[in-house]
Structures are given as C-alpha cells and as structure tokens.
Design a binder for this molecule. Structure first.
Ligand code: C5P
Length: 235
C-alpha cells in the first residue's frame, strides 16, 4: 500500500509567544517548517505530502514554494486540520498508510520514520513513535482548601514503567483514521493526537520507540534545545 503524509501546520502557536507562529522560527538559519518538510521529503516511501495551513498564511507560501507538497487549509483544532489534510488526499485508498507529523517537530529522524513503517507493515491499524518517560508522573486533583495559585494535590501515582510520551509521526490506515476523526468530531470529542481517536474506537496502536531529540517546539526556549540537538545529529 502507498504511504501519504499530512503535516498539520495551522496552529496559532500562542504558547510560543512570538510575532510569528513557531513554525517560522529559525533553526540554523532555516525555518522550522522547512526543516520538517525536508525531512519528510527525504523518506522515499512517502509518495504525497499535504501541508495544512491557516488561511492567509503568506509566510508558508514562501517556505514551501517550489517544494513538491500540496497545501490545504486547516481548521479550529488540530484534529480538524488533520481531517482536512486527509480529505484532500484524493488518491488515497482506505488500506493505504498516512503518516501525520507535527510541523513543530523538525528533528524527526528519517530512520525512525522508516522503523515505524517497518514495525507496522503487517498491522491492520498502525502505530506511533514514543519514548519512555523519565519523571514520575502524578494524576492530580484540585486542592480542597487553602487555595495557593498553581497548586493541586496528588490523586494517584501512575506506574512509571507503563508510561510513554506520544510523539509524531503517527501512522494509520487512511480509511480507519479518517473514520475515527469523523466519529470524534460527530461525538463532540477533541482529541490531541490521532492515536486517541483510534483508541476511542477500541483500537490499540503500536508504540515504536523513537529518539528523544524529536522534540516539539512549543515554547521559545525549546528552540535553543533544538539547535543543540541539530548540531549533535550532524556531528
Ligand atoms: O498546539 P500543538 O503544539 O499541540 O500543535 C501540534 C501541531 O498541530 C502543530 O504542528 C500545529 O501547527 C498543528 N495544529 C493545526 N491546526 C490547529 C492546531 C494545531 O494544524 N488548529
């Protein structure tokens, strides 16, 4: 089956706190968006790439001008943007694969993408890159009394060896992912990744361990870390 890719890039990036969205920040002199698109273009298994943009995004036009990708207008939530990207891939069949990758993860290793493709090759559903958590993670609940700003209390400690960070790419059968996102939307549920939409329907996506340097640029200080990882990858 063929492999398509959808790159959601229609977020406002409000947590990043700069004039332009984070995908236009510069990493070694090139925009985050350019890095991400080039990494996916370097994987020969991927036949078509849809980049999902906010309406009137003129910077994007400049970044992807001349690159063999198609442009799609996104929606209010990430899941709306991904769905718009999927629906624009009119050559895709239900059994084909689609990789969904955050535009804000410019350091994804092409080798990790290939390992994900290989690990899922015979899978009816698909999976995602992930890595083990290092910290102990607490489920929290509101503090009953004596409110201090930013203070909650512990509801539960989740066994650490069961926890992983969900990264992208996330790889699913095209038809299953489209239907799962349509179902989430019809039910009024906002999912924050594609796997969550699949899980709602009872699927259990595979987790394939990926490199930790595949970080998502969210806050401005993530850029400095990304510069460091990029230099390390090139060393
Ligand atoms: O907000 P967050 O960092 O989780 O966004 C992840 C990715 O989803 C980013 O690449 C962002 O541009 C994209 N996104 C989108 N459409 C939205 C919201 C987020 O394409 N409405």
């Amino acid at each position: 089956s063929a492999c398509f890719a959808v790159l959601p890039a229609a977020g406002s990036g409000s947590r990043f706190g700069a004039q332009h969205a984070k995908q236009y920040a510069l990493l070694d002199g090139q925009t985050v968006m350019a890095h991400t698109v080039q990494r996916l273009l370097s994987v020969p298994e991927i036949t078509d790439i849809a980049v999902v943009l906010a309406a009137h995004d003129q910077l994007a036009e400049r970044v992807i001008a001349g690159l063999p990708v198609c442009r799609v207008i996104g929606g209010a939530e990430r899941m709306d943007s991904v769905l718009a990207g999927l629906l624009a891939l009119t050559d895709a069949h239900d059994d084909d694969w689609v990789l969904v990758h955050d535009i804000a993860r410019p350091l994804v290793r092409p080798d990790d993408i290939r390992r994900l493709l290989t690990a899922c090759a015979d899978d009816p559903v698909g999976g995602l890159l992930a890595h083990a958590v290092r910290d102990t993670i607490k489920r929290t609940q509101p503090v009953a009394q004596g409110q201090v700003a930013d203070s909650r209390c512990v509801a539960q400690t989740i066994p650490r060896d069961e926890l992983m960070h969900a990264l992208t790419p996330q790889l699913f059968r095209y038809g299953l992912l489209r239907d799962a996102l349509l179902a989430a939307r019809a039910d009024g549920v906002v999912v924050t990744d594609e796997a969550a939409a699949m899980e709602r329907l009872g699927h259990s996506p595979r987790l394939v361990t990926g490199a930790r340097d595949n970080l998502k640029i969210t806050y401005a200080d993530d850029l400095a870390l990304a510069e460091f990882y990029l230099a390390q990858q090139r060393a």
